[in-house]
Design a protein around this ligand. Sequence first.
Ligand SMILES: *[C@@H]1O[C@H](CO)[C@@H](O)[C@H](O)[C@H]1NC(C)=O
Ligand SMILES: *[C@@H]1O[C@H](CO)[C@@H](O)[C@H](O)[C@H]1NC(C)=O
Ligand SMILES: *[C@@H]1O[C@H](CO)[C@@H](O)[C@H](O)[C@H]1NC(C)=O
Ligand SMILES: *[C@@H]1O[C@H](CO)[C@@H](O)[C@H](O)[C@H]1NC(C)=O
Ligand SMILES: *[C@@H]1O[C@H](CO)[C@@H](O)[C@H](O)[C@H]1NC(C)=O
Ligand SMILES: *[C@@H]1O[C@H](CO)[C@@H](O)[C@H](O)[C@H]1NC(C)=O
Ligand SMILES: *[C@@H]1O[C@H](CO)[C@@H](O)[C@H](O)[C@H]1NC(C)=O
Ligand SMILES: *[C@@H]1O[C@H](CO)[C@@H](O)[C@H](O)[C@H]1NC(C)=O
Length: 806
Amino acid sequence: MKAFVVLSMCPVLFSCNALLSNALDTITTNQSIRDGENLLSAGGTFELGFFSAGNPPKRYLGIWYKKITTTTIVWVANRVAPLADASGTLRITSHGSLVLLNGNGSDIWSSNSTILVRNPVAQLLDSGNLVVRDADGSDPNNVLWQSFDYPTDTFLAGMKIGWNRTSGFNRYLTSWKSIDDPSPGNFTYQIDPNGYPQLLLKQGSDIKFRSGPWNGLRWSGTPNLNPNPYYRYEFVLNEEEMYYRYELLNSSVITRKLLMPNGMVQRFTWIDRTHGWTLYLTAPIDQCDNYASCGVYGTCRVDTSPVCRCLKGFVPRFSQEWDILDWSNGCVRRNPLDCEKDIFVKYSWVKLPDTRSSWFNESMNLQECKVVCMKNCSCMAYSNLDIRNGGSGCLLWFSELIDIREYNNYGQDLYIRMAASESALLPSPQKKHKLVMGLAVSFGSAFLILVLIICVRQCKKKKMEIPEDNCENQKKDLELPLFDLSTVALATSYFSTDNKLGEGGFGPVYKGVLRGGQEIAVKMLSRNSRQGLHEFKNEVLYVSKLQHRNLVKLLGCCIEEENILIYEFMPNGSLDSFLFDPTQREQLDWSACFNIINGIARGLLYLHQDSRLRIIHRDVKASNVLLDYEMNPKLSDFGLAKSFTGNETQANTNRVVGTYGYMSPEYALDGVFSTKSDVFSYGVLVLEIVSRKRNRGFHHPDHDHNLLGHAWRLFTEGRSMQLLDQLVANSCSTSEALRSIHIGLLCVQRCPDDRPSMSTVVMMLGSDIELPLPKEPGFFNERNLLQENTSQSQPNEMTMTVLYAR
Ligand SMILES: *[C@@H]1O[C@H](CO)[C@@H](O)[C@H](O)[C@H]1NC(C)=O
Ligand SMILES: *[C@@H]1O[C@H](CO)[C@@H](O)[C@H](O)[C@H]1NC(C)=O
Ligand SMILES: *[C@@H]1O[C@H](CO)[C@@H](O)[C@H](O)[C@H]1NC(C)=O
Ligand SMILES: *[C@@H]1O[C@H](CO)[C@@H](O)[C@H](O)[C@H]1NC(C)=O
Ligand SMILES: *[C@@H]1O[C@H](CO)[C@@H](O)[C@H](O)[C@H]1NC(C)=O
Ligand SMILES: *[C@@H]1O[C@H](CO)[C@@H](O)[C@H](O)[C@H]1NC(C)=O
Ligand SMILES: *[C@@H]1O[C@H](CO)[C@@H](O)[C@H](O)[C@H]1NC(C)=O
Ligand SMILES: *[C@@H]1O[C@H](CO)[C@@H](O)[C@H](O)[C@H]1NC(C)=O
């Protein structure tokens, strides 16, 4: 037995060694790489050779990952001069220049590195860097030329993006023309050296996105760039250099940042063969990341509608334009400046404005900064340069302030020059308040101490029966698998923001991969969540008891940490991103849409009738429908769900929760909810799916109706087909589409009793029975109901809570 093992292992070891020793990572002036031959880096991570791209295919010299299964090119030499055939050869001249020769010996690409050394060699390093160095030189790290200085579209660990300030040499990313064409595209991602440096994403000479200045921890406008156990980010600014780079702290991680042909900067991490490259980070993230989206002195907030408003103390330059959501001309001061008498008003939680016309000093403090800014009448604002350790350094702006956005729990302080007459904007040093505050604080702490004493006593009595951990509490009746916190932390790279999928009603949701490879979504109740512990517990209670292929599955919760839930991961995200995002919508053809319409109906039917609990979801909407690998829909977010018992089918609430645009009239106006309010929301969703338009914010030039009214109008005029989105229309079965619209309209009828039940809906979808004529929909033209803001594009539809006094 032993002999057999040894014998059978021998050849394997042998061939392995042979392979390693045969694969070269270096060529000398005597050697060359012909098409079909490769260089392999010493650790086997990267390979250099020729590959095909384009139509008709052309040959390029490039570097790609060797260890992973998907061919992923990270660098291309001859991106502007492709080879027509497989006759290319790479060699290094005795002058130390790398040259790429075509079949008849003329060089089509050269590194242009002429250095007089005795024995120049080209070596592919395990970092993916192709270097030219002197093999005889005393310093083996002496690099005479490197591909890292000429990046294409990929930003690898160890690469520098930025400037050699002595030589004026700039390294930056340039996108491919298309996914299949390595020639330089229209987008660049580079450090702009004017004023205090920032990263700019440009299309030609137009700025598309600006990272904001480096604040010591990250770029001011990249809240997601957080410390992470696997990477370290760094911005270096000194006399000689100005660059940005990241390093891998664990070399087993495979990650790359890419400037896509469509102008998105995305970071991918390789998970494994099945999951491939996983997207972890994207810029620009949202509407507010679009450069100067709100004009000068305008500020952008994704969670308000409309997203733009003027900074405090400013008014729209042209209010008519502003009112029709054209923000390009920005805002102007309410009161003109007067130089010497001016004051500075603090604005918090902002992304600092464009610094291209700024000035900075790293050693000044905030007070000195203010003095300098005060003295010069063209100084418009100041801030700290570095936010670490309470703040240091001075950044001054000498132009109108543009491209500002505000965040909720992130951002910096900016002090803007204002007329003295705006002093009302200053925080007033009210003595009375201080006194009251002081009293409140001392009362508060006395109270706290009292509570603590009581609590400690109680605890001693009851020995650790604090009803805090809902998972602990409920684990017996829930029969839920429990996960260790460390398992969850490891799976999500310690809740790194890179793994963050988004922000749900509760708080952040992270993507994770368990050790066995299973992908999970981890939901966490954040302290300042809009929804509270109550909803969170609600969700645990319901979801754990529900099992249906059209409902998102709860895999477990976390044993130590009360507020963490673990779900199956839905790789395709939520339905709204497919319906309303112009870049993604093509992935949903009619059959996928119809499958989704049917799936949601079955999921709701299960909730309403078949499940043990009988549940009203109360927040059915496109963003709560998640899609799995096969685009099967699964309802999620049961935070608002309510159970009803026996024959009871409706209830009253004085706390109306749900989402504008999907709420039925009886629920929104009177707080009466029933399964029929879910039916209404379902109907809205069906109409949104077929039309690819949001009900909320729908506008039509001919009339004032919302999507429901529009659909009904077309239906009564026999023109329902016109409701279909062009894409849907092209791929659809006319009868299925017309039937879906008809059913959607039946579901959104004003009177709950007229709406079909979900079981009827499922039956109507699956058969040819004749359908009744729908009556007028509820809410078909009351667009301004509940102070709803009209906005053409509402990026995120928040779940709202409206309280009614009863
Ligand atoms: C190139 O080949 C010649 C002859 O085979 C040999 O003498 C010389 O050392 C080689 N040079 C290098 C740099 O390998
Ligand atoms: C070199 O070869 C290419 C084809 O590989 C051919 O199109 C071209 O005319 C040749 N150039 C010269 C100078 O011979
Ligand atoms: C090398 O020089 C040629 C001619 O000046 C130029 O066209 C080419 O872009 C240069 N190559 C690189 C890699 O800079
Ligand atoms: C910057 O460029 C100068 C001049 O080419 C060169 O001497 C220096 O080594 C470069 N600095 C770095 C850090 O690469
Ligand atoms: C890139 O720029 C060129 C010239 O400005 C333009 O013709 C082309 O349409 C642009 N391509 C894309 C994908 O925007
Ligand atoms: C690197 O990460 C892998 C996988 O997460 C882990 O197994 C390994 O121990 C890590 N290595 C170091 C040096 O941290
Ligand atoms: C920055 O400020 C410090 C302290 O005020 C001063 O000594 C230094 O000269 C300033 N540096 C520049 C470049 O202005
Ligand atoms: C104010 O600052 C600007 C920009 O640094 C400078 O050009 C101008 O001379 C300064 N004005 C005064 C009065 O110092």
